[in-house]
Design a protein around this ligand. Structure first.
Ligand SMILES: [Zn+2]
Length: 388
């Protein structure tokens, strides 16, 4: 039976490669749920707080290959990962209801990138430079370390980088123009966050250290021989350089590349402890009741800078479990005790129903409603680099 299911999954992957699927489960028009690709890897770490040895995830594991990616915790039941605070996924009938709802606002085919700031080679000490490449891809430079988040340079956020939603804005920085990359953080396996072509290119150009939540390294290393990939459970961390540590932390989300690997791999956020104070990066997250953000603040203290998604949130009845809206991003900034925030995950890939400019309009309204001063929640353009 299990073999049959794995074969079915392989067939699904083949179908996905024909380009029917979009990054997180929505088909272009009626067919089935979910995506393509087959992860399943990993080794485990416990869910307890505090620093712990990293887990090097290169062993095959997971439901089709046997084994399990980690011990039972409040977010792993021995078979599947889950949100400790309730489900982020919607049912297949809900998916159909959304697909046929036709509430989607069209986006322009292409929007030019107006700013192209060239990042410095390195930023030392408490200095901090953040360059927005686009969607959830950001170059963070601090403490002498160059860190790249959820890198996607492909034209499409989908299988093989040639299917799925097409980018509206090109990357704000050519891949070849990156300074030396020391670490790459990948929050989860959805196509708009984990792009195998880009990961392989980064391995070739920089051979950085790759870091992801449990169960993701096997997929990430496909086609990239010798990749140094570390899997972390939530609240586990590794040192990148003296004074700079990266920790995996919770996010309210889910994972899947194929129909049979839902929640096989963990998702999460990252906390970067750096000389100038903690930085927090969320790729995708729902707000829930703010638990993930408050827990991070409890463990790491007030945050210097929060990089938060503000797009891909309509319709709320379908999306609220997996993606925050701009007002929730403002609440998240508050929950984190963040002195500053940067808005990400909008204006590059059309994933949901809202118009291309709506996240920024809604964010402005939310900032006004909650009395947040100008210059606190920043909205850099794709290609813009901010020194802080
Ligand atoms: Zn996602």
């Amino acid at each position: 039976m299990k073999t049959a299911l794995c074969l079915l999954n392989a067939a699904w992957v083949a179908l996905a490669r024909l380009g029917r699927l979009t990054p997180f489960g929505r088909l272009k028009r009626p067919k089935a749920p979910a995506q393509g690709g087959t992860p399943k890897t990993g080794s485990g770490a416990g869910g307890q707080p505090g620093p712990a040895p990293a887990q090097n995830g290169t062993a095959k594991a997971g439901s089709c290959a046997g084994g399990q990616p980690g011990p039972v915790t409040d977010h792993f039941d021995g078979k599947r990962f889950r949100n400790p605070w309730g489900d982020a996924e919607r049912s297949f009938p809900d998916l159909l209801r959304w697909m046929f709802s036709r509430g989607s606002v069209p986006w322009p085919a292409r929007v030019p990138v107006r700013v192209r700031h060239v990042p410095p080679e390195r930023v030392h000490g408490e200095g901090l430079r953040v360059t927005v490449v686009g969607h959830a891809t950001v170059l963070i430079q601090t403490g002498g370390v160059n860190i790249l988040t959820d890198p996607v340079w492909s034209e499409h956020a989908g299988p093989l980088g040639v299917f799925g939603p097409k980018r509206t804005r090109e990357p704000g920085l050519p891949l070849e123009a990156l300074p030396p990359i020391d670490a790459v953080l990948v929050t989860h396996n959805h196509y708009d966050h984990l792009d195998l072509k880009t990961l392989a290119a980064l391995q070739r150009l920089h051979a950085p250290r790759f870091i992801a939540p449990l169960g993701n390294c096997g997929l990430m290393a496909q086609g990239s021989g010798g990749m140094d990939c570390t899997e972390l459970d939530w609240w586990r961390g590794v040192e990148l350089a003296p004074g700079v540590r990266v920790h995996a932390a919770p996010a309210h989300h889910w994972s899947a590349r194929g129909i049979l690997d839902r929640r096989d791999a963990l998702w999460g956020s990252f906390v970067i402890e750096a000389p100038g104070g903690p930085l927090v990066f969320f790729g995708d997250t729902g707000y829930g009741e703010g638990q993930a953000f408050r827990l991070i603040r409890e463990r790491f203290g007030d945050v210097r800078l929060a990089l938060l998604p503000i797009g891909a949130y309509e319709p709320r009845w379908f999306m609220s479990g997996a993606h925050m809206n701009p007002e929730e991003a403002v609440l998240a900034m508050r929950d984190l005790g963040a002195r500053r925030a940067i808005a990400l995950h909008h204006g590059v890939f059309k994933l949901t129903d809202e118009g291309i400019g709506q996240p920024l309009v809604d964010l402005r309204a939310a900032l006004k409603k909650h009395g947040v001063e100008e210059g606190v929640f920043l909205t850099p353009e794709v290609g813009e680099g901010l020194t802080m």
